[in-house]
Write a protein that binds this ligand. Structure first.
Ligand SMILES: NC(=O)N[C@@H](CC(=O)O)C(=O)O
Ligand SMILES: [Zn+2]
Ligand SMILES: [Zn+2]
Length: 345
């Protein structure tokens, strides 16, 4: 196969940051995707509908007059211990906000204002269940005594499963899944439970963190896992099960903040997102499953229309740039300087 045309995909998990950084990274996504779910973990976090609307206006301003002005940002709110049901209702009425994001406090980048105790959110979650507002979840426990490689599984057992019991009609997306435990859990759960899968968790296992030395640009959360887990997540992605769909979790950080004494978590993949997924689907002999994973199942789960434009990917060798501009700093993309074999037209 030398060329493939698919319905234009959507990215159901994306970090765009803000201001100058936003202007640097947005074109990478907007040239490929029709829509993206924009994560709210800014400083300060997007905790109200008003903040989401002004953030969306900044994104739209950065798009206006460019080739990609048709790109549509879908907004989210950052759940806190104090999020009021009335704020959830306002979010729903805005039609701009498509989900509420749960970051356990301390679990990941800019999560310190997140949820310290899920029981504090019951009123907000009950309203979400009633008015059909999805919950997006960073699924890792924050207990410092839990092994870093077990944090997702323990979250599922201790937090997510009881949450689903309590709110059985709440739609939940378990974001960036990394383990066979998550795959099994989502598969066996009700139709209200789905998951996003990143390109990097499909392409890399935890050996990539230590390939010839410590590799900060392969560090993200949830951290890369063993090969058996990568295979389980890959099998889910290519299975044709509509509960599993594309979410890049492209998470840009300035080079200096990654290559540091205490480097930030996050892998930037927006520069080649659909190409990276195409590579892994081709390796698995499942290119025929790419379109539904990238362009149908997410829209269906979010109860939004599927896109009606197309993109074409060509078999073509190209070299990923060593770096990109990121405001006044540099951004090192995944596979910097390496060869890729698919290229979007
Ligand atoms: N995935 C990451 O490693 N980092 C994300 C946060 C997140 O999605 O957990 C970021 O905002 O940098
Ligand atoms: Zn996360
Ligand atoms: Zn993320």
């Amino acid at each position: 196969m030398t060329s493939i045309t698919i319905t234009r995909p959507d990215d159901w998990h994306l970090h765009l940051r803000d201001n100058e950084q936003l202007r640097s990274v947005l074109p990478h996504t907007a040239k490929q995707f029709a829509r993206a779910i924009i994560m709210p973990n800014l400083r300060p976090p997007i905790v109200t509908t008003d903040m989401a609307l002004t953030y969306r206006a900044r994104i739209q301003a950065a798009l206006s007059g460019t080739l990609h002005s048709g790109f549509k940002p879908l907004m989210t709110l950052y759940l806190t211990d104090n999020t009021l049901p009335s704020e959830i209702i306002r979010a729903k009425e805005s039609e701009a906000v498509q989900g509420i994001k749960l970051y356990p406090a301390g679990a990941t980048t800019n999560s310190d204002g997140g949820v310290t105790d899920i029981t504090k959110c019951y009123a907000a979650l009950e309203t979400m269940e009633q008015i059909n507002m999805p919950l997006l979840v960073h699924g890792e426990v924050t207990d410092a005594n839990v092994d870093v490689f077990d944090k997702e599984k323990i979250f599922i057992d201790k937090i997510l499963a009881p949450l689903i019991q309590r709110f059985p009609n709440l739609r939940i997306i378990l974001e960036h899944i990394t383990t066979s435990d998550a795959v099994t859990f989502v598969k066996e759960a009700s139709k209200y439970i789905a998951a996003t899968i990143t390109a990097h968790h499909l392409l890399l296992n935890r050996n990539a963190l230590f390939q010839g030395g410590i590799r900060p640009h392969h560090f993200c959360l949830p951290v890369l896992k063993r090969e058996i887990h990568r295979q389980a997540v890959l099998n889910a992605a290519i299975s044709g099960n509509p509960k599993f769909f594309l979410g890049t979790d492209s998470a840009p950080h300035a080079q200096g903040n990654k290559e540091s004494n205490c480097g930030c978590a996050g892998i930037f993949t927006a520069h080649a997102a659909i190409e990276l997924y195409a590579t892994v689907f081709e390796q698995a002999d499942a290119l025929d499953k790419l379109e539904a994973f990238a362009s149908f199942y997410g829209a269906d789960f979010y109860q939004l229309p599927r896109n009606n434009s197309y993109i074409t990917l060509k078999k073509e060798h190209w070299i990923v740039p060593e770096e990109f501009e990121f405001a006044n700093e540099k951004l090192i993309p995944l596979f910097a300087g390496e060869n890729l074999t698919w290229k979007i037209r």
